[in-house]
Every structure is written in structure tokens, then in C-alpha cells.
Design a protein around this ligand. Sequence first.
Ligand code: MD6
Ligand code: FE
Length: 218
Amino acid sequence: MTLGLFDDDQPAAPQAPEWLEPGAVVLRGFALPPAAGLLQAVDAIAAQSPFRHLITPGGKRMSVAMTNCGPLGWVSDRSGYRYDPVDPETGRPWPAMPALFKQLARDAAEAAGFAGFAPDACLINRYAPGTRLSLHQDRDEGHYAHPIVSVSLGIPALFLWGGAQRADRARRVPLLHGDVVVWGGPARLRFHGVLPLPEATHPLTGAHRINLTFRKAG
Ligand code: MD6
Ligand code: FE
């Protein structure tokens, strides 16, 4: 038996990367050391630019609550998806990206083989039990040479890892508190999503899952 440093039975030692396919990897527990600091920073960001449920171009309210930090933020409304330097809800720039976020994104990208990643956008997703994210591609960035780094915090989720077409069979990848997924290169435009979250609580987030996705958007 491997004993973790903390009593949440996740090992403190680095775990072997789990490759989903070339260019896409799950780094188990990579964000455990900074997790509490990341969540404190999320609270501070949300105090300035609150979580909100965006409206899709098709007029549906997203079940995931979102906010952003960094020079650019991802937003959606009836006119489409875009990256915007201003939070449309507050009329002010998005909160700055904390140094802790930048360092984690850079380190995770490097561990996945993408050295020198310098994100200018961090989308922060908040899920409650029942919340889902349907299959989609991340293609509003225009910088497909750069990877995406995705950090999972709080209650677990089943991530859907699909193919190049929406109809391709998707596998289910459990993502736990502290797990980081990096994808780029040949896997950059894969369809992916999140199944509805089951009821759960986590000591650091209560009944929420927080996902940080770092991109180079500008
Ligand atoms: C999520 N993530 O895990 C949703 N997109 O909550 C994403 O949609 C995502 O995890 C691009 C790259 C990594 C991701
Ligand atoms: Fe995505």
C-alpha cells in the first residue's frame, strides 16, 4: 500500500504519465501541491469577476458556471464564442493571472513535452452535481501550435475523450482532485466533454468541481 502525505488517499509521489494518445496525457496528482493556493486564488478572482452561466449562440444557458483570469477571457453569447480582454459582466479587464497559475501551466506543459508554454487565458469552470459539458472542440484560439493545460480540483468527474469527429466513440477518463490533462500537437482538436457530475463533496471545494483550462488565445 502506498500512503499519501495527506489523508485523502492520493499519493504524494509523482505518478507515471498516462498517455491518451500522442499529444495528450493525464498527469495524475500534478496539481496536488499547489491545490489549496489555486483554490484561494479562484475565490479571489471570482470576487472580482463572478461565476456566471453563459448563453450559447443557440440561446441555451450553460450548466457550467464560468469566469476567467488573464489578459483574455473566453465568453459566449447570442453572437457567438470569442476571447475578450474585458469581462462583459463588469466592464473591467479580467483579474490578472496569478503567478502560481502560470508556473503550474508551464510546468505541466513541459512535463507533457511542450516546453515554454505561456498562456494568456485561463478559463475557470465550476461544476455542481448534475452539471455537464457536452462534446466540443476547443477551436476559438487560433493558436493550435500551443497545447491546452487543464487542471481538475474538487469533486471527481468523468471526462469524455473522443476523436476527430463528434460521432467518434469517446472513452471515459476519471479526473480527480489534482489531476492535470495536457493536450496539443496531433490531439489538439479532439472532441471532449464532461459527463454529468454525481453527488459528492470534497474538503476543499464542498460540492463543486473547479476546472482551470489554460490556453494561448491571443
Ligand atoms: C473540464 N475541460 O474538464 C472541461 N478543454 O471541465 C475542457 O473542456 C477542456 O479539460 C480543452 C482542454 C482541456 C479541457
Ligand atoms: Fe474544452
